[in-house]
Design a protein around this ligand. Structure first.
Ligand code: KG4
Length: 365
């Protein structure tokens, strides 16, 4: 077979990203993030769509140029069709469709959540420059490259494996039987882990997104300083709303006695919150490992960038309990490389998508 060259496009939330994968190897991965949401403490859908409109053309153009290919080399365009914000999805999907029509190549629909799981299968060329694989487009002031160079050969999980998928909108345990056969065996019944961390960070008056801020603060704090409620939910499901309320009530009660409580305790609060979230995530995952007998365990999604969660995985690997798979930082948050690798597998099965297929804001794995 000739080279299979897939252009991936991701625009489901607030990152506009484009990547090129050839024969399973990443040639470029360019992401334009949107700082505009910071002052609102969360993603504003209307502003996200507008920023995608501004960023989509230069992002795709940069990905193609940095990959050293021409548009005519593209075998198919793989694009996130959902789930996500409808206005954001429409920008990437419409752009991908226009490109497919003009190039006469097929469109491949990728489920964003499956993309996160399949990020574990992205391979990088041996000679890639350390900082050259994951690059940010300098579209807005102060933007810095997301992620890191990821050249090292990483072990790829064998099927079946379990994947803890933790992001701003999802907390799920997925049984991955093949690249296209994934089954959710546990999910949050209310808030997602990332959403909980972001909201608690907001309660403390810290910036957005809270995840990286809490992570940084937690490194200087005592994880045992405070105790917050943990959920008692049957099966493999998660719940984080009680933890969020418990965190909020702790702040309320302590602030009543000491108005400087947050300022004086923010590192300990961050470390205790992080410990609780990680314990909840790992406890249920351990239960799923025991019940399924599957010891190959991966983690994916934005929260998989968290230091304590990664350390918990490393500890399980070292103790020989699990064989763990932790993605490089550049593949934890939203990126098009994961969309392109999903597209690469679908291309080999000739699993193409009709050009009139609309994006979908809600869809399960
Ligand atoms: O996967 P993602 O980029 O977007 C979706 O939600 O689809 O995940 C974003 C989430 C946010 O909640 C963010 O706060 C969280 O990932 N996050 C982190 C860290 N980096 C990002 N949470 C904890 N620790 C981090 N280092």
């Amino acid at each position: 077979m000739n080279n299979i060259t897939i252009l991936g496009i991701e625009s489901s939330c607030d990152d506009t990203s484009a990547a090129v994968i050839r024969d399973g190897y990443l040639l470029s991965n360019v992401t334009a993030s949107q700082q505009v949401h910071e002052e609102y403490g969360g993603v504003v859908p209307e502003l996200a769509s507008r920023a995608h409109q501004q960023n989509i053309l230069p992002t795709v153009d940069a990905a193609v140029r940095r990959a050293g290919i021409s548009l005519g080399d593209i075998s198919a365009v793989a694009c996130t069709l959902g789930p996500g914000l409808m206005g954001s999805l429409l920008v990437g999907v419409s752009f991908a469709k226009g490109l497919c029509v003009s190039l006469g190549c097929p469109l491949i629909s990728v489920n964003h959540l499956q993309g996160h799981v399949l990020a574990h299968f992205i391979r990088e060329p041996k000679n890639c420059p350390p900082a050259g694989v994951v690059e940010a487009l300098p579209l807005s002031k102060g933007e810095s490259p997301k992620g890191e160079g990821v050249c090292a050969e990483r072990p790829v999980p064998e099927y079946p494996f379990l994947c803890l998928l933790v992001s701003g909108g999802n907390s799920q345990i997925v049984r991955v039987n093949s690249y296209k056969d994934m089954e959710i065996i546990g999910r949050t019944i209310d808030d997602a882990a990332g959403e909980t961390i972001d909201k608690c960070s907001k309660f403390m008056g810290l910036g957005y997104p809270g995840g990286p801020i809490i992570d940084r603060l937690a490194r200087q704090g005592n994880p045992k300083a405070f105790t917050f409620n943990k959920p008692h939910i049957a099966g493999f499901d998660y719940s984080f709303s009680g933890l969020k309320t418990s965190f909020l009530y702790t702040l309320r009660d302590k602030l009543a006695d000491n108005p400087d409580f947050i300022e004086q305790n923010k590192a300990d609060l961050a470390a205790s919150l992080e410990r609780t979230v990680v314990e909840v995530l790992i406890d249920k995952l351990s239960k799923a490992v025991k019940a399924t007998g599957i010891r190959r365990v991966a983690v994916a999604g934005g929260v998989s960038a968290n230091t304590a969660l990664r350390q918990a995985f490393v500890a399980r690997q070292r103790s020989g309990t699990w064989q763990t798979f932790i993605p490089p930082f550049g593949y934890t948050t939203d990126n098009a490389a994961m969309i392109a690798i999903a597209g690469y597998y679908k291309y080999q099965d000739r699993d193409f998508c009709a050009i009139e297929t609309p994006p979908f804001s809600r869809i399960s794995i």
